[in-house]
Design a protein around this ligand. Structure first.
Ligand code: AMP
Length: 418
């Protein structure tokens, strides 16, 4: 596998898949530039090495071609500002002008291609009306797969080498994230962001020092069950908080009042607890909870045992004894993985458990543990409480990171590693 650090970019045109899928406000201004900022080192490395850069990305989910609000032209001013140089823009990622603009690119120059998802070929999925027959659907799927080959070939024709720095879409087998790599058998590599995401996840999941503690929270067991099953083979401690704890507590015969529960998963939760015991893994549930008399910030609250939520009340955060218990386990851990909030942290009245957990992880990191936090809500929490620089690695890829933890092979990663 080639590495961006040793590759000679001099005089080469690099096709770089980035994740510029950033949030835009009503005025089409970027409201969070993290995804752009985190890929700048890769762009700079290629330019400094004497290469030119052709950037490609998707933005949102266009329902029809060339929807103005999803145009990547809205990214150009910010990119120009942070790179401190002109950024050329091809207003169609296909067509003659993109071909010409990339062919004429000089070393040190940057070209951004228009939204790849304006073309259904990028995802390889036809955009169909709801009333299309099954037969027509099948035919359209085959047709789009055929067109996808031409689309991919044209993207590849723009450049001499391919760099994938879009971890956020690495779990998708799309033209720009996976298929295009086949055109560069000896000239494909990860960008810096992709490299550090994969290395950090491997460091935790494959090379993590023991004791290894995973903390899972969030709303539902159903969204995390594959992760739980995969982690059970790897971790020493599995802490479960958030709304999902109540399915486990009920499965063990506890009283959960009106707390969130997935009745159809009670059996599975029980089996998981028993399976963990068999494997010698400590599956740890909160011992107390903040119960509220309604799902709103100003609701009446009381601290109760986690398995004794009074009728009519619902558990919306973990309690102070659980915070202490989790802190003790985390302080003794050498590797920590955290995904999912401990309570309804969006409401200040139920944010304390998540704040305290984030602080415990930061403290454990200071003491020498390697910590990785990932998933939209946990990353939002870490940023909200200004703890991002106290965590060893904060992952940028929500879905991609979760699939990696589930033990799945990510097509975007495999396409480079193959
Ligand atoms: P997820 O996307 O599955 O990680 O879930 C995140 C969501 O879980 C957040 O919006 C939290 O508000 C919510 N959540 C966490 N704890 C609870 C709880 N005890 N009851 C209901 N929702 C919760």
């Amino acid at each position: 596998m080639k590495s961006i650090d040793s590759y000679d970019f001099s005089g080469k045109r690099a096709l770089v898949r980035v994740d510029f899928n950033v949030p835009l406000n009503e005025g089409l201004k970027i409201t969070d530039t993290t995804r752009i900022d985190s890929t700048l080192p890769t762009i700079r490395k290629i330019l400094d090495g004497g290469g030119s850069v052709i950037l490609m990305s998707h933005l949102g989910r266009p329902k029809k071609n060339f929807e103005n609000k999803l145009s990547l032209k809205h990214i150009v001013p910010y990119l120009t500002q942070v790179l401190g140089q002109e950024v050329k823009f091809a207003d169609d990622c296909m067509g003659e002008s993109a071909k010409e603009m990339s062919a004429n690119l000089k070393p040190g120059e940057v070209l951004l291609l228009e939204n790849l998802r304006y073309y259904e070929e990028e995802e390889g999925k036809p955009r169909l009306a709801d009333d299309v027959s099954e037969e027509d659907k099948k035919a359209a799927k085959t047709a789009v797969k055929e067109k996808q080959k031409e689309f991919t070939k044209q993207l590849a024709s723009y450049a001499d080498c391919y760099v994938n720095d879009a971890f956020g879409t690495a779990h998708r087998a799309h033209a720009s994230t996976a298929l295009v790599a086949a055109y560069f058998p000896n000239d494909k590599m990860f960008g810096y962001l992709m490299n550090s995401e994969v290395a950090s996840l491997n460091k935790v999941l494959k090379e993590g020092k023991k004791p290894f503690t995973a903390v899972l929270g969030g709303a539902k067991v159903s969204g995390k069950i594959q992760i739980i099953n995969h982690l059970i083979d790897n971790v020493d401690n599995l802490i479960i908080g958030g709304g999902m704890m109540f399915t486990f507590i009920k499965a063990m015969g506890g009283k959960i009042g009106n707390s969130l529960v997935e009745e159809d998963l009670l059996e599975l939760a029980k089996n998981t607890m028993e399976g963990a015991n068999l494997h010698g893994i400590k599956l740890i549930l909160p011992v107390d909870a903040i119960a509220a008399d309604g799902f709103f910030n100003d609701a009446k609250t009381q601290v109760v045992k986690a398995n004794e939520i009074p009728d009519g009340w619902l558990g919306l955060d973990i309690g102070p004894e659980s915070v202490k218990l989790f802190d003790k386990i985390l302080m003794e851990s050498k590797t920590i993985l955290w995904n999912g909030p401990m309570g309804v942290f969006e409401m200040p009245a139920f944010a304390e458990g998540t704040i305290q957990l984030a602080q415990s992880i930061a403290k454990a990191t200071e003491k020498g543990a390697f910590s990785l936090v990932g998933g939209g809500d946990s990353v939002a929490a870490v940023n909200k409480f200004n703890l991002a620089d106290k965590i060893s690695y904060v992952s940028t890829g929500g879905g991609a990171m979760l699939e990696f933890i589930e033990g799945k092979i990510l097509p975007g990663v495999a396409a480079i590693e193959e």
